[in-house]
Write a protein that binds this ligand. Structure first.
Ligand code: NAD
Length: 500
């Protein structure tokens, strides 16, 4: 049955007055399972106004009390972990295990937000000058906004609003229109945790609704996760409207494999990192750089492992991954695979036209392995976002580093090797923001920040961890002196910039 996705407006779940609606499909069946509203201008204005009003009172709630709300939320998320994963799997097509992982990585960020009293502690120093003390205080910004992508509908919204609100802000979330049901369930649990009305608002829609958030004077900060093209628009527009902005965007992640790496472990890791979530991860490994003549025949092992990997529906325990998110995404991935041979690469395994028994309308793409790829080819230049691994051959580690650094993106990379010296060289010389050593997908836990770099990130402060605490707060510094006496004889006004 087709459900109508409500707005979370002014503390209530309400049906939108929208005249335009967006279909949400089950990617394994192509069935429309829900429709999401294109939020009206009036509803957008109400969401922002209500968030602004709620934030004023919230900033006066003690920080330990705010932390207790987050603790209740964390407990509810854990209690409903399976249910959330079920909703998520239906609208994304992910395997149940992967859907649970998506929710879990979000819960971990909520757990980090529970420590907000410690995170918000400022700095203090007595006697920085004669009779002068200095303290720094962390204050909330006001109303923050978040715009999130389809590929992690639990984890990425949870990167944002729990911590932003714990820091004393309110939040307007515009989740992906392709899978809004998971964020709405997250919001129901938020309400159940008892947060005061209006601290979290959820609106739906596309560019027009996002642009309202980017340009509205009451939105103080914007967090965005999505494609590079859209991220550039978000960064430029929100900055132009003098907002704080962080944009975590597209990627092309390389794994460098040295001849001394553990062959079986490496091949196994690469299959999961390339095909997991159907390759629809910003940290997916989409390029393997094999170093040296000795690694040439590792391609045979990769091919054999890819051949054993297959997609399937959520309940199929043998399925390694699910369908792509949409028909358009499948067609795009198939188009890029289609350029490989004509541009000179070797298409060792072709996932186009893949069929899963009983699900003829699903957006399936089979595991795809492309060998002898060069930097000029379309399959290398474009972010494929599908279960596709490009294989590049180089002779030395220096060449591998040069190849990786020439790529405009810098979200994540990994190196597989037994040599400390090679690993250390790679860690120091590659220009990528997150590096795995014998770990294919180096996504840090939330006490660190998600430090994707170069063309994969626009902004200064990254998602979650210490960076995010700073992103969602303003630092206020107080320099104070208390007079113990009147001005001694001979001392007039101080005309220098010294504190004295
Ligand atoms: P997308 O850019 O198409 O959409 C992201 C969000 O932006 C959605 O909410 C969408 O409604 C909105 N949007 C779309 N077009 C817009 C426009 N013209 N103006 C304003 N808003 C617009 O991204 P997607 O396809 O949902 O997600 C996949 C992309 O996200 C990939 O490129 C992936 O690498 C990236 N991603 C990056 C990270 C990271 O941390 N770097 C994490 C996850 C995903």
């Amino acid at each position: 049955m087709t459900r109508t996705v409500p707005l979370f407006l002014e503390g209530r779940f309400v049906d939108s007055e929208a005249s335009e609606w967006i279909d949400v499909t089950n990617p394994a069946t192509d069935e429309v399972i829900a429709r999401a509203p294109v939020t009206t201008d009036d509803e957008m204005a109400r969401a922002i106004a209500s968030a602004k009003a709620a934030q004023k009172a919230w900033a006066d709630v003690s920080v330990s009390e705010r932390a207790r709300y987050v603790m209740r939320y964390q407990a509810l998320l854990k209690e409903h972990h399976d249910q959330l994963a079920g909703i998520l799997a239906e609208e994304t097509g992910k395997t149940f295990a992967d859907a649970k992982g998506d929710v879990w990585r979000g819960i971990e960020v909520v757990e980090h937000a529970m420590g907000v009293p410690t995170h918000l502690m400022g700095e203090a120093m007595a006697q920085v000058a004669g009779g002068v003390d200095t303290t720094s205080w962390t204050e909330p910004l006001g109303v923050c906004a978040g715009i999130t992508p389809f590929n992690f509908p639990a984890m990425i919204p949870l990167w944002m609003y729990p911590l932003a609100v714990a820091c004393g802000n309110s939040f307007v979330l515009k989740p992906s229109e392709q899978d809004p049901l998971t964020p709405m369930r997250l919001a129901e649990l938020w309400q159940e945790a008892g947060f005061p009305d209006g601290l979290l608002q959820i609106v739906h829609g596309r560019k027009e609704q996002v642009d309202t958030l980017l340009t509205h004077p009451d939105i103080k900060a914007v967090s965005f996760v999505g494609s590079a093209h859209v991220g550039q628009h978000i960064y430029r527009t929100a900055s132009d409207h003098l907002k704080r902005v962080q944009c975590m965007v597209g990627a092309k992640n390389h794994s460098v494999v040295m001849p001394d790496a553990n062959r079986e472990q490496t091949v196994n890791a690469l299959v999961g990192a390339a095909c997991g979530a159907a390759g629809q991860r910003c940290m997916a490994i989409s390029v393997v750089v094999l170093v040296g003549e000795e690694t040439r025949d590792w391609v045979d092992d990769l091919k054999a492992a890819f051949e054993k990997t297959r997609p399937g529906v959520t309940g199929d325990s043998g399925a390694a991954y699910g369908p792509l998110i949409s028909r358009a995404a499948k067609e795009r991935v198939e188009r890029i695979i289609g350029t490989a041979e004509s541009e000179g690469a070797s298409l060792l395994l072709d996932g186009r036209g893949y069929q899963v028994d009983g699900y003829p309308d699903g957006y399936w793409v089979g595991p795809t392995l492309i060998d002898n790829v060069t930097a000029a080819m379309s399959c290398y230049r474009e972010e494929i976002f599908g279960p596709v691994l490009n294989v590049v051959h180089v002779d030395t580690l220096d060449e591998a580093i040069e190849f990786v650094n020439a790529n405009p993106y810098g979200n994540g990379t990994s190196i597989f090797s037994d040599s400390g010296a090679a690993v250390r060289k790679y860690r120091r010389e590659c220009e990528v923001g997150q590096i795995g050593v014998n770990i294919p997908i180096p996504v840090p836990l939330p006490f660190f920040s998600f430090t994707g770099g170069k063309g994969s990130f626009y902004g200064d402060l990254h998602a979650y961890g210490k960076d995010a605490v700073r992103f969602y707060t303003e630092t206020k510094t107080v320099i104070e002196r208390w007079f113990e006496s009147d001005i001694p004889d001979g001392h007039g006004p101080n005309m220098t910039i010294n504190l004295g």
